[in-house]
Design a protein around this ligand. Structure first.
Ligand SMILES: Cc1cc2nc3c(=O)[nH]c(=O)nc-3n(C[C@H](O)[C@H](O)[C@H](O)COP(=O)(O)O)c2cc1C
Length: 331
């Protein structure tokens, strides 16, 4: 049997196979982040036939001060729950579980909030320069507020009927800014050692756990490595992953830190170096995403032990029936 077709069962969530749709912003929401019919259709089309084990919904802001892009999805207030329920129900109607990703864009929110030019995370790549382009540090009171906003949004995700919640700590957004020594220059309890740079993560995870209860799956998308001089290393990513699991994360979703792409490896599973190191060091399932366009590539990554589940993003954006067509190529 192909590994990609093998089910994976944890105490909290079942995967019918190993193929996952990773979170990808559609920017099809309304101006206030409300879920539109176009969004529901986008996800239904990709859930159709239940060839995917899981769909992770695009990043949703927990507070308008953490909104990272136009027409971004919102989980920031109770008015959003109605649309969230519709979306969860539409995906479930096709037989696919769905998890919603929560985000605070940090320095990538609007200029009115940061006082900075808006910089797309993808433009940061490995050339993130600490110094003048950093906004003022958050106060501790602001950090505490963000932690409770993550928890409140997670409660909405659960009450809307989703099968889990994912905390976004990758691609240069707020939580990955805390993890990276390039962007985190704090000298208080939230900066300095890796443990301190991960303090906000641990508080967010604990607060989310309190909001969703013990039985609910918490995913965390970890930007495991910055692949940049002075940035966080794979070793840091391994320790960060362990801290997340100790704090209560059930599934780790591995991607880049301040980068969305690997600076040198563009092949299938380009973050496999980080994912494999993390998988070897934790007991929870690991998702690996990046550069996978064929199911045979996913199979090879699973065979190599790089991860437990494989994400295919742009392939599914380009073709909603990608998973079915790929499964059909397996003899
Ligand atoms: C249009 C677009 C939007 C994305 N939005 C998100 C997002 O909301 N949250 C996130 O964690 N990653 C986001 N990503 C990154 C993808 O989840 C994925 O990691 C990346 O595309 C690499 O995987 P792929 O080669 O399979 O596409 C986005 C990627 C694209 C192309």
């Amino acid at each position: 049997m192909y590994r990609v077709l093998e089910p994976l069962e944890t105490a909290k969530i079942k995967f019918k196979n190993r193929l996952v749709m990773p979170p990808m912003a559609t920017q099809k929401c309304g101006q206030n982040g409300e879920i539109t019919d176009a969004v529901v259709q986008h996800y239904s089309e990709r859930a159709k036939g239940a060839y995917l084990a899981l769909i992770i919904i695009e990043n949703s802001y927990i507070d308008v001060a953490g909104k990272g892009m136009a027409n971004m999805m919102s989980a920031a207030d109770d008015d959003m729950i109605y649309g969230m329920e519709k979306l969860a129900a539409a995906i479930h109607a096709e037989g696919v579980p769905a998890v919603m990703q929560l985000n605070h864009a940090g320095a990538f929110t609007t200029r009115e909030i940061t006082g900075l030019e808006v910089v797309a995370p993808s433009a940061v790549k490995s050339e993130f320069v600490p110094g003048d382009d950093l906004p003022r540090p958050l106060t501790v009171a602001e950090i505490k507020k963000i932690i409770s906003q993550f928890a409140e949004a997670a409660g909405r995700v659960r009450s809307a009927g989703f099968d889990g919640v994912e905390i976004h700590s990758a691609h240069g957004y707020l939580l990955s800014q805390f993890l990276s020594p390039l962007s985190n220059q704090r000298r208080d309890q939230y900066g300095g050692s890796l443990e301190k740079r991960m303090a906000i993560h641990r508080e967010v995870i604990a607060a989310v756990r309190k909001a969703v209860g013990a039985d609910y799956p918490i995913f965390l998308r970890l930007g495991a490595c910055d692949y940049a001089p002075g940035g966080s290393t794979i070793e840091d990513g391994v320790r960060a992953a362990q801290l997340c699991v100790e704090a209560g994360v059930d599934i780790l979703d591995i991607s880049g830190g301040l980068c969305l792409q690997h600076p040198t490896n563009t092949g299938p599973g380009y973050f496999a170096d980080a994912a494999a190191a993390i998988k070897a060091a934790v007991t929870v399932p690991v998702i690996l995403t990046g550069g996978v366009r064929k199911i045979q590539e996913a199979e090879r990554l699973l065979e190599a032990g790089s991860a437990d589940l494989i994400g295919a993003g742009r392939a599914l954006l380009a073709d909603p029936a990608w998973a079915k067509k790929q499964m059909d190529t397996l003899a």
